[in-house]
Design a protein around this ligand. Structure first.
Ligand SMILES: O=C(O)c1ccccc1NCC(=O)[C@H](O)[C@H](O)COP(=O)(O)O
Length: 208
């Protein structure tokens, strides 16, 4: 199962996490209202993990510039970007796209289908005023009937205690490709408890 650790900023914390946890993906938040906002991405060191830039309703030109300047492997669109925007963006970048859906109740799978040709993963998170990083869960059972081809990442308040539940969801829904963790592993904003992340990933990788 893929592991994405999101909301990273501190140089030493990034290096330690990259070395000891070896996550597949590491996310940086380019949303100015977030407590995890990365104002100057040039300070972010190189990593073995693929870098993900997280954007919320940002003009396309700005995303393209950041993707090129900082070697982002993935662009995570966490706002209200529509199919036309995502299709157009994909033509302008080599990075893969992760399109986020913030869940409130039932998911409109037909609407999501329009995004499929342009994205590598969908990511499901909880709808909140701050868009993401809330530590709040939604009803994960909704994903048991995920009907699309594209694999997806699970997100929203994931913590150590959820490992067994995540494994069971993956048994029921093989399109679950990975998890995205953030606030429940923080010592303070944008600074992760590396030992806690190690314990979580080890437990996740153990067979049921
Ligand atoms: O983390 C943020 O502050 C944030 C702000 C605005 C948009 C997205 C944000 N985070 C993106 C993520 O992918 C988080 O990992 C995801 O929302 C889950 O966070 P959490 O509920 O804290 O586990």
């Amino acid at each position: 199962m893929l592991v994405k650790v999101c909301g990273m900023r501190d140089v030493e914390n990034i290096r330690e996490l990259d070395e000891k946890v070896q996550p597949d993906l590491m996310g940086m938040i380019f949303y100015p209202k977030s407590s995890r906002y990365v104002a100057d991405a040039s300070t972010i060191p190189s990593t073995k993990a693929a870098k993900v830039g997280v954007f919320v309703n940002v003009p396309m030109a700005e995303i393209v510039t950041k993707a090129n300047d900082f070697g982002l492997a993935y662009i995570q669109l966490h706002g209200d970007e529509d199919v036309a925007f995502v299709a157009d963006l994909k033509k302008q970048i080599t990075a893969d796209i992760i399109k986020v859906f913030r869940v409130t109740g039932e998911v409109d799978w037909t609407y999501l289908k329009g995004f499929e040709p342009h994205v590598t993963y969908f990511l499901f998170d909880t709808e909140t005023k701050g868009y993401g990083g809330s530590g709040k869960r939604f009803d994960w059972e909704l994903l048991e009937k995920y009907p699309l081809e594209r694999p997806f990442l699970l997100s929203g308040g994931i913590q150590e205690e959820n490992v067994e539940e995540i494994k069971h969801l993956q048994q029921k829904q093989p399109k679950l490709a990975g998890v995205d963790i953030n606030s429940k592993f923080e010592l303070h904003a944008a600074f992760k408890d590396v030992e806690k992340v190690i314990r979580f990933v080890k437990a996740l990788q153990e067979k049921i």
